[in-house]
Write a protein of this length. Structure first.
Length: 182
């Protein structure tokens, strides 16, 4: 599975280039139409060729990046995938109740985080040590809240609530709660 930070970097570069091309087209068009009447002729063929190129590039970017999102294959085939490990996590009174002080996962395993809330809507997010988010989901009381994730790299992760749950929710953080080992 491709790491989400790699996907984000790649999409940032691709969409930045795409946006620069759009800005240049708009700038060129604005420059041409603001010149005196004799010099302001904008070639319709050239202009619409650029617009067509941008449309083709935009659609192509969406098609190419569609399957690079790491969780898409797991979500599409979820009924056929069996989790190697399941962690039942409970949330209540702005606290995480974890099944163990540190949840240890072997590299290559698919893990199901089955999270329940007894009182409020919370968020459940797993964050890398550089504070970037690996994944997150909303946890709603009275509903099934789970996420299946394939861990393909060793690492240590922190659990955080990613949803506003009132003033007491700011400190819903469990540092180094998940460790993925070889």
């Amino acid at each position: 599975m491709v790491d989400s930070s790699t996907v984000l970097w790649g999409q940032t570069v691709a969409y930045t280039c795409y946006c620069i091309a759009i800005i240049l087209l708009v700038g060129w068009f604005a420059f041409k139409i603001t010149k005196p009447v004799k010099e302001s002729k904008v070639s319709k063929t050239l202009f619409y060729s650029f617009v067509a190129l941008l449309v083709i590039l935009g659609v192509s970017l969406h098609i190419v990046t569609y399957n690079t999102i790491p969780w898409v294959p797991i979500d599409l085939n979820r009924s056929e995938i069996k989790a190697d490990q399941v962690f039942a996590i409970n949330m209540k009174d702005h606290q995480f109740v974890l099944p163990a002080e540190k949840m240890v996962i072997k590299t290559g395993q698919k893990v199901l985080f089955d999270v329940t809330s007894e009182d409020l809507t919370y968020g459940f997010g797993l964050f890398r040590q550089d504070h970037s988010m690996l994944f997150q989901m909303q946890v709603i009381p009275g509903h099934k809240n789970d996420i299946l994730w394939h861990f393909d790299k060793p690492g240590i992760y922190t659990i955080r609530s990613t949803e506003y749950s009132g003033p007491a929710g700011y400190n819903m953080v469990v540092k180094d709660a998940v460790e993925v080992v070889e």
